[in-house]
Design a protein around this ligand. Structure first.
Ligand code: SAH
Length: 398
């Protein structure tokens, strides 16, 4: 049995918790210091002793745990986890049955009823990310519930992203079952990706951009020159090349990105030597492109929310407009900019303001062609806006 503790909620936080906000924030609780153990089951009460919710204590980078139920009678036990995993798997039924797609998210934290835990599926191998030691305390129950509710589990890996120790904790991430081949080949709408489940924090593809990659391939790439900035393993470049782009140029600062991008082209039967893969700071590349008078029919911008390189610090919230201005300068007339941000501190409205401002500053008309948010497997919690972080806008330079 896990320990149980009573938490007293500060009056100013009662309203949002009553409305369904699922994160237990440090500031909201008067007696958090009384809790010693990660994974302690907590019951939250207001000053009049009204029950507000029940959940677990787990120290994350943001937050100190999650509310799991509003029903005082509900018990957090094996069958509770079983029910959550069952519902989550049912919500992804179409993806489990989609022959063309073997990589997707199966469980998305608070969106599926348990904050602090995500589970991704890669061709019958599963990667569980634990966002606190408290979440990790439920490991046995979660793994049992997972195995009970998904079609086939070949092997399980985990990523520990506990607070206070940096984010990702290095180590052997293999948990049980068969080890996955390295690389493990997965499909996404027929696009192949090589992923590595035991090679650090990131496996090689960001699953939340699935719909965007498909759209680039199916509707925008044919006959175009494409610049993919912050390209990581070149997933957008591969989608564009498969869609008939005449050439793609991938730019990323990380040394590993070259070999990784070559590999993603190769597993799709594309000759990577026909594409440019450049290891460089994007901001230097923009200057170079202007100097050489290069321009592109499509420019993809998918920066991290925050990045520090030798010469630049980039913060999406402060610097996205400037980034767009540099992209606009090397985009052909009638060309398309794919502007993406995963920054949780602003929403779509503000993101569109950045776009508007950048085009105004550049003295160019523009038209928004389409917009994307998280795909359906990245289910989010209605009251937890930060969880609905993705914004992607296709903008035509007029
Ligand atoms: N667009 C990618 C994901 C981007 S992840 C995809 O779809 O898969 C962010 C990437 O930005 C990382 O690979 C990181 O190395 C790179 N990066 C961060 N700062 C950079 C900079 N100043 N110049 C170039 N790349 C940068």
């Amino acid at each position: 049995m896990k320990k149980t503790a009573r938490l007293k909620v500060k009056p100013s936080y009662v309203k949002s918790l009553k409305a369904g906000y699922p994160l237990i924030s440090e500031d909201a609780i008067l007696n958090l210091h009384e809790i010693k153990d990660e994974g302690t089951i907590v019951e939250l009460f207001d000053e009049k002793n009204t029950f507000l919710g029940k959940g677990y204590y787990g120290k994350q980078n943001k937050g100190r745990g999650w509310i799991l139920t509003r029903d005082p009678q509900e018990v957090i036990n094996e069958s509770f986890f079983h029910e959550k995993l069952k519902n989550a798997a049912a919500h992804r039924e179409a993806l489990f049955n989609d022959y063309e797609t073997t990589a997707f998210r199966v469980f998305n934290g608070e969106g599926d009823g348990i904050g602090g835990i995500t589970i991704d599926h890669y061709n019958h191998y599963y990667v569980i990310t634990w966002y606190s030691e408290g979440a990790y305390a439920f490991k046995n129950d979660i793994i049992a519930a997972l195995k009970n509710n998904v079609p086939k589990v070949k092997g399980i890996y985990e990523k520990k992203r506990f607070a206070g120790k940096g984010t990702y904790i290095e180590g052997d991430d293999f948990v049980e079952g068969e080890k996955a081949p390295e690389p493990l080949l997965v499909r996404e709408n027929g696009i192949h990706f090589a992923v590595y489940l035991n090679d650090g924090a990131m496996v090689g593809v960001f699953l939340d951009q699935r719909d965007v990659r498909k759209k680039i391939r199916d509707k925008y790439a044919s006959g175009k020159t494409v610049l993919n900035t912050f390209s990581y393993t070149g997933a957008f470049s591969v989608a564009a090349a498969l869609g008939g782009a005449v050439k793609t140029t991938s730019v990323d600062l990380a040394n590993r990105s070259r070999a990784k991008t070559q590999e993603q082209f190769s597993v799709n039967g594309i000759d990577y030597s026909e594409h440019d893969i450049i290891v460089e700071d994007v901001f230097n590349y923009f200057k170079y492109a202007v100097r050489k008078e290069l321009s592109f029919d499509m420019v993809i911008l998918d920066p991290p929310s925050f990045a520090r390189s030798k010469k630049h610090t980039f913060s999406a919230e402060k610097d996205y407009t400037g980034l767009l201005e540099q992209a606009i300068a090397i985009t052909e007339k009638n060309g398309v900019i794919v502007a993406s941000s995963n920054c949780a501190t602003f929403g779509m409205t503000k993101f569109k303001d950045f776009i508007d401002k950048a085009f105004k500053n550049a003295g160019s008309p523009y038209k928004i062609l389409e917009e994307f948010k998280l795909p359906t497997d990245f289910k989010y919690h209605r009251e937890f806006k930060e969880g609905n972080y993705l914004k992607v806008v296709f903008v035509k330079k007029g």
